[in-house]
Write a protein that binds this ligand. Structure first.
Ligand SMILES: *Cc1c(COP(=O)(O)O)cnc(C)c1O
Length: 369
């Protein structure tokens, strides 16, 4: 193991390329690929990841909010960017940076058309989002007539694509529900196309959808977590490589006597003699308090060192009794040999949450560019 010297999130672009190629191998050559880079590219480094995906030939990128898209345009990204969840207050910045909005409700559609008209916008690309069962964002099936009627008022607005999102694409027990969502989506698209008089492209699958419902890839797929090396299932994970590795160092080692306590609120009490290491990584870096008090562990020299006591803002203490290590040695929190999914599940959460939690003060280092 090379020494990182301080808490570092290593971002492996070789792994990203591998995952991109694996996911592409699961879809038809003519199916477009959208790389989801919201939330700083799942907590890694949004600009670096977006540039790499652009160079690999991704057709589209997607972010959640307008701010994230502006950041990408400012960094020189020129491929189309879909914004999943824009707010009307940002429509001027959205248009100025040529970001493509998901239009997900009657209110958003009306506001966008009003804005586009007053700004004298021509030929602007939009994407219509339908709710088919997730019940989060999106028009309902019976909104089609309303959408078409509104769009007729401003012919310059072009529906580039129509999309929906599966609620449980990773869960085989929900196969019937997912298939019903796919059928509903198909029905909506047929109805909408007939009334629009042209044919926007369609997309519905996230990473687990790509693996489990390839028959519903339509004209594009949208992958996030898979690009970053996780697939919500062990058999998928085996084909993917984690992009982010969180590493830190041992700042100080203490020998603790029996009946001493460690950390705030004296939450940990020693029964016998133990050795502890203090690490420069705390809840302000993204390791929440739920990882403390023995719930999870880090790896030092390949051995498990449990996190003891409460997680502090800038530090955790781990039990290194019996591990042959010294101050300055490297510590692995998650990465290729210890998946973020396994680390997350020790605290009853998921890879998505721990990856996106790693805060900006953790140094990012790009490897295998
Ligand atoms: C985040 C998101 C995705 C990506 O999902 P993954 O499970 O990370 O592949 C796709 N589509 C929408 C609408 C999303 O919000």
């Amino acid at each position: 193991m090379g020494k990182v010297g301080e808490t570092t999130l290593e971002i492996d672009l070789g792994a990203l390329e591998h995952n991109f190629r694996f996911l592409k191998s699961k879809i038809a050559a003519e199916t477009k690929f959208l790389g989801v880079v919201k939330a700083f590219a799942y907590g890694s480094d949004i600009v670096t990841i977006a540039k790499k995906l652009e160079s690999l030939g991704a057709d589209y990128l997607a972010v959640a909010y307008v701010n994230e898209g502006v950041l990408l345009r400012d960094a020189g990204i020129s491929i189309p960017i879909l914004v999943f969840h824009p707010q009307p207050i940002n429509f001027d910045r959205l248009i100025k940076h040529h970001l493509e909005p998901s239009i997900y409700s009657p209110r958003i559609l009306k506001d966008f058309l009003k804005f586009a008209e007053s700004a004298g916008i021509r030929e602007y690309p939009i994407h219509i989002k339908f709710n088919t069962g997730l019940n989060r964002l999106g028009f309902w099936e019976n909104d089609v007539d309303f959408i078409v009627e509104q769009l007729k008022k401003l012919n310059e607005i072009k529906v580039v694509s129509v999309f929906s999102h599966l609620a449980a694409s990773e869960d085989p027990k929900e196969k019937e529900f997912s298939q019903r969502q796919i059928q509903t989506f198909q029905k909506i698209c047929e109805n909408l196309n007939g009334k629009l008089g042209y044919t926007p492209f369609r997309h519905m699958l996230n990473t687990s959808g790509i693996v489990n419902y390839p028959e519903a890839q339509f004209e594009m797929v949208r992958s996030g977590i898979g690009l970053y090396g996780y697939g919500n299932e062990e058999k998928v994970d085996q084909n993917l490589k984690p992009v982010a590795s969180l590493k830190t160092v041992i700042s100080q080692i203490h020998r603790i006597e029996p009946n001493e306590s460690v950390g705030y609120n004296r939450a940990f009490k020693s029964e016998g003699f133990i050795t502890t290491a203090t690490l420069p990584l705390g809840h302000a870096d993204g390791i929440g308090r739920h990882y403390g008090n023995g719930k999870s562990h880090v790896l030092i020299k390949g051995e498990k060192a449990p996190i003891i006591g409460n997680v502090c803002m800038d530090m955790i203490m781990v039990d290194i009794s019996g591990i042959d290590c010294k101050e300055g040695d490297e510590v692995l929190v998650f990465g290729p040999n210890r998946s973020a999914e396994a680390f997350a599940s020790s605290a009853q959460t998921i890879s998505y949450e721990i990856l996106t939690a790693i805060s900006p003060r953790v140094k990012r280092v790009i490897i295998n560019p």
